[in-house]
Design a protein. Sequence first.
Length: 333
Amino acid sequence: MIEKVLERINFLLKQANFETLFLDNFSTKKNKFCFDILVKKHDSIFSIKVIPNIDNLNQDILRDMKSLSILLKSKPLLIGIRNRYQKLEDNTIYVREDLPFITVKTLENILNNNYPYILARRGGGVMFLNGDLVKELREKHNISRQELAEMIGVTKRTICSYETENMRPSETVAQKFLTIFEDNSIFKKINVLEWKFKLDKDIMASSEESELNPFEAHINEVIKDIGISSYWYKKGPLPFKISIYSDNIDIMNKHDFYPLFSGISDEKKKINELGIKCLKVFNNLFNKQALLIINNDTKIPDSEKDKIPIVKIKELEKIDNEDQFIDLIQESK
């Protein structure tokens, strides 16, 4: 079922002129990644993940998705299928872990400029009310706040909170507003594609080094010694295993070089050509740096040398600082 949902999402986004990186083209169905599809339109980037049950969230995947959003300056777009009780309703926004979840049909509607205005809450949904318009209509109809409160069945203070948008009415109360003013535009339509996210950069410090294998742990220490930072993706999502970035804000803002997304290969005999292909697609689509760090004994086929920078661990071990690291990667292209 997930595969069909993803195919539908991919189709809808391409129809809306988004460029897409459909991860299923490069992976097996058994793997769990922090995104299923990466999409881009103009300067907007979204990482899409389909969640079967929004009340049973994988915290590792959410953390990896948030870190990716910070580095790519992208937004997570989460498609839910059900909660613990039932299937999710269309044209409704569900919030878990401060992230909005919508159905595929809601996404389709948004892409056609039909936006939801119901926010699902336990015990019943609430509506996104346009407080300024409610106030304008109330004054136009010469209705005082006290009179409106009595008509709705709430307090005068509650009406004030609705008009300042410090509170949102339930669907039942919202229907009373609609009956009085007969104007559907009192409901704010929310474009999830423009949702204001609060992503804490401290999430970057939560990469679990204890889960790294010996080769990865060695790379991690070498990167630290150089004086740059890294975030390891727990589930090893294609097309990268690690993102490398600078703690120097000036360098991060000034350089198109960062963030650098890298694959890891400790295989001694050959390089994973599929991994390189996926890294290259990722690099081209998002105009980001791609890198593959490999074991010293790995042979690099001539056919792979001109695709992305491939660096052996012994080359990284010789690097003393960030400037030398940038030079090495750029010279390896």
